[in-house]
Ligand binder design. Structure first.
Ligand SMILES: [Zn+2]
Length: 241
């Protein structure tokens, strides 16, 4: 062990790829082709191996990152969520300056999405949810327009407030079975939908509507890429400057 000392404060990436399959070799280790195969070295903490609720845990050194002194443990606990969303923005093209962004579901991923969209100079940011306390928290993170679905129809509101076009980017993080279809409906023609919340049951989507509107759909798993370690460090800085 060289760069770490006993007593260092560290954060741990949940995923570690086999390092030998094509996806891992390209840096896409959260999409490891040996997923779940521990004999080949893959692990996904909390999914295929034990998670972090233990006094001691063994992790590969490549997945361990020092936490800067300025970052508290409870702040660092959000790093995985933030990294996932940064990877999502990277996947949809990265450039959202001036774009209208609709975030559905103000859970940790949704709230982090609002913060990242704001940091990347998005235009109007809509946040859609049911709990006012969560929506208000989203406002402190940069949301311009809060939509409580119990009081307003989010598709109508977003269409109306984008001159009838719909949002340039919709981030579906609610995990509701109605979420993916609603995301398509509130997305503008040629817009993008990023799926980061996954329903437990198969979710219906009107593919004709999606195709006729030329909507692009993306999904991400974890955070990934040749610059992953760099992103991880960027995450810490972006979240807690
Ligand atoms: Zn692999």
């Amino acid at each position: 062990m060289d760069e770490f000392q006993v007593g260092d404060r560290v954060a741990v990436e949940a995923s570690y790829g086999c390092g030998r399959c094509r996806n891992c070799r390209l840096g896409y280790y959260t999409a490891c082709l040996n997923y779940g195969n521990r004999q080949r070295g893959h692990r996904a903490n909390g999914f295929t191996t034990n998670g972090g609720f233990a006094q001691y845990a063994v992790n590969h050194i490549n997945t361990v990152h020092k936490i800067p002194d300025s970052v508290e443990f409870n702040e660092a606990a959000l790093i995985t969520n933030l990294g996932c969303i940064l990877y999502g923005f990277q996947t949809v093209g990265g450039y959202v300056v001036g774009d209208s962004v609709a975030v559905v579901g103000p859970g940790p991923l949704g709230l982090v999405s609002v913060g990242v969209a704001r940091a990347l100079c998005a235009g109007k940011i809509f946040l859609v949810g049911t709990r006012d306390s969560r929506l208000q928290m989203g406002k402190t993170m940069g949301a311009d327009r809060l939509i409580n679905v119990n009081q307003e129809n989010p598709v109508e509101v977003i269409r109306r407030e984008t001159q009838g076009m719909g949002a340039d980017l919709v981030i579906e993080s609610s995990g509701a079975t109605t979420g993916p279809q609603m995301a398509v409906e509130m997305c503008k023609r040629m817009g993008r939908v990023l799926l980061v919340g996954y329903p437990e049951e198969p979710a219906p989507v009107n593919f004709s509507m999606m195709g006729m509107r030329n909507v692009h759909i993306f999904s991400v798993r974890g955070r990934v890429g040749p610059t992953a370690a760099g992103e991880f460090r960027f995450s810490l800085k972006a979240a807690f400057p």
